[in-house]
Design a binder for this molecule. Structure first.
Ligand code: FAD
Length: 341
């Protein structure tokens, strides 16, 4: 069952009565400070399965799922969530393990209304680089293919990375020697009060699979710097990258890509896992892929408990064998929020 959470009303805004007002409170004190949002600018749905929204296909439901039609709707909703309400922004769900009990709060999904990709300025004689803007809910693959169609190079490495622009910003997603910070001009983020901030890669201290976004902030859009190139050449590069993935990664099985980050120096995580003898190790239907042993796959009915135990077993085995503690790249979403494995 779902509810539209705003109706057009003279100020102060009248939120539709919530079935569980204790969970999501709209503080009355703030209601008069903001202009009324457009009618029906968002939707709250109760008890939404999260497993189909993740690439691992694992996990329980969200207590609430919120979608938005406009940035204003997102901004107002975000700023009015009471501090005690657990909230989580879900992108493509390609780097997250949702607990079997799900998430007892509001999951924000930006993929419907906050997903536009536009060309802000083309390249010219004076400005050799073009600027593209992508909203956080757009998929990285859509961004890469939109840029290719425009004959703009720079996003080829994103064409094989699943997920959203927001998730890629948080992870500083990368592949084939490139990462998001190489093409990022700046990103727009909302703080917990709904104030907009424009942040550069320096502000965000981006490095290998890490971005410093303050707690409780959310990305809404980003600008990218791209260079003109023949679309045919861009397509060939993408095809080469994707051929490499198909050859080396178990793409036909549900996974979250690399489970662990590579250590700062020395052998990559997959080599350490292979050397520890954990290739093919399993807990229930959660299994270390034979094809790429940093990919942990769901063989059909894996639970989050299985996958968590497998991750811990592999981390322990690698430590026993090499003395190196691997850091997870994937995150674990428990009923009250993100926790460590
Ligand atoms: C087959 C496969 C291959 C992969 N290959 C690669 C690869 O080559 N390189 C690589 O880097 N990764 C890779 N990944 C991992 C993953 O695709 C990336 O990390 C991706 O960028 C995550 O984006 P997402 O939208 O799915 O994030 P999600 O999994 O939805 O979320 C990840 C984190 O980002 C946060 N988040 C999402 N959107 C926002 C937002 N708008 N504002 C604030 N926080 C937000 C979430 O709250 C969560 O903490 C791969 C995954 C798979 C399944």
């Amino acid at each position: 069952m779902s509810w539209s959470f705003w109706v057009l009303a003279p100020s102060p805004i009248a939120p539709v009565t919530m079935p569980d007002p204790g969970l999501i409170r709209f503080p009355k004190a703030m209601a008069t400070d903001v202009p009324p949002p457009p009618s029906l600018a968002g939707r709250l749905t109760e008890y939404v399965a999260l497993a189909p929204r993740t690439t691992w296909r694992i996990g329980g439901p969200a207590r609430w799922l919120a979608t938005f039609e406009t940035h204003d709707a997102l901004q107002i909703f975000w700023s009015r969530l009471s501090p005690e309400t657990p909230r989580f922004v879900l992108g493509g769900g390609s780097n997250i393990l949702v607990s079997d009990a799900g998430f007892d709060g509001v999951v924000l999904d930006l993929s419907c209304g906050i997903n536009r990709i536009t060309l802000q300025s083309p390249a010219g004689k004076e400005t050799p680089e073009a600027i593209m803007v992508a909203e956080a809910g757009a998929s990285t693959r859509s961004l890469a293919h939109a840029a290719r169609r425009l004959g703009l190079s720079g996003t080829e490495f994103l064409s094989g990375i699943p997920g959203s622009v927001g998730g890629a910003l948080v992870m500083n997603a990368g592949a084939h020697g490139r990462e998001l910070k190489d093409i990022l001009i700046d990103a727009v983020a909302l703080d917990p009060d709904g104030q907009r901030h424009t942040l550069t890669p320096n502000d965000l201290q981006m490095n290998y699979r890490h971005t410093h976004l303050p707690h409780g902030w959310i990305f809404t859009a980003a600008r990218f710097r791209l260079t003109p190139l023949d679309p045919g050449i861009i397509r060939q590069t993408m095809q080469r990258y994707n051929h490499y993935r198909r050859t080396h990664q178990p793409l036909s099985q549900p996974s979250a890509g690399s489970t662990f980050k590579n250590p700062p120096q020395g052998s990559p995580a997959w080599q350490l896992i292979a050397a520890s003898g954990m290739r093919g190790a399993a807990v229930g239907d959660a299994r270390v892929s034979d094809k790429h042993c940093n990919f942990f796959v769901n063989m059909g009915h894996a639970t989050a408990t299985d996958m968590t135990q497998l991750i811990r077993n592999v981390r322990d085995a690698v430590f026993s064998h090499s003395g190196i503690t691997l850091e997870t790249e994937v995150a674990l979403l428990q009923p009250r929020g993100l926790t460590a494995f």
